[in-house]
Design a protein around this ligand. Sequence first.
Ligand SMILES: C[S@@+](CC[C@H](N)C(=O)[O-])C[C@H]1O[C@@H](n2cnc3c(N)ncnc32)[C@H](O)[C@@H]1O
Length: 286
Amino acid sequence: MLNKDPGSNVGHRRTAAPALKRARPFLKWVGGKGRVLPQLQPLLPTSFERYFEPFIGGGAMFFALRPPTTELWDINSELINCYRVIRDQVEELISALRLHRYEKDYYYALRSLDPATLGPVARAARTICLNRTGFNGLYRVNRSGNFNVPFGRYTNPTICDAPNLRLCQRALSQVRLETEDFEALDERAKAGDFVYFDPPYVPRSPTSAFTSYSAVGFKLHDQQRLAALFTRLSERGVKLMLSNSDVPLVHELYQEFRIDLIQASRNVNARADRRGAVSEVVVRNY
Ligand SMILES: C[S@@+](CC[C@H](N)C(=O)[O-])C[C@H]1O[C@@H](n2cnc3c(N)ncnc32)[C@H](O)[C@@H]1O
């Protein structure tokens, strides 16, 4: 049988040897781009110098692209700690994860630990375990910054996916990681670099807001700061692509740029009638 996978050596015969596996996001992340990647990839620039992703979340785009020179940022310090520990201490992390269990009481005991009292490896293992065993893989914190997602119901969830963590380690080995607000990019990105922005989305309706990845949330003012940064970076010759919801505010904020629509399926909403396909915008300056 001919191997027709995109990106593989088309025409080479498939043998008994397993195909080289790609790293996948090691966390489930609301807004994860895994399912819409086939629609986003044709919209990427054909060439660029460095790659920046300032709202990294689960990192689906980065793991699919694996550009050689990369900086990944997020304001969520627990998340960036996970990426750092995977990059620098993956075997210690795997050992720590193997000690974790899928049990309701265990989950709530682990959740109640203050991450600031743990070392980096135990802290990353806690976040990954809570993500794999918590409700829907949500990451949500209350106003004081405490993780408050309830226990999730699964059949035998995988807490430690060691092969994938090792693949992630390889993908991250040369990557610079920062816990930063996106606006710090103003100081870093230069002409020829490419930035993919996947911010918390503008809510489609007042009840569909999901902006609690961090204790401070992501407000209208942040969407305006982001659009202003997009314009400044564009004027400087940085290549830019941004995802957001297909609502009038987003069209207004980015009216001077090229806007394409893609179809995404959303299942974050508790109400079944609000799930299903919705359009999203992809804004570009090239
Ligand atoms: C929609 S998610 C990104 C999803 C990601 N692209 C994926 O594929 O999983 C948005 C991310 O923005 C981060 N974030 C929120 N406010 C931020 C800020 N001011 N600066 C940088 N990151 C921020 C959140 O912690 C969250 O991880």
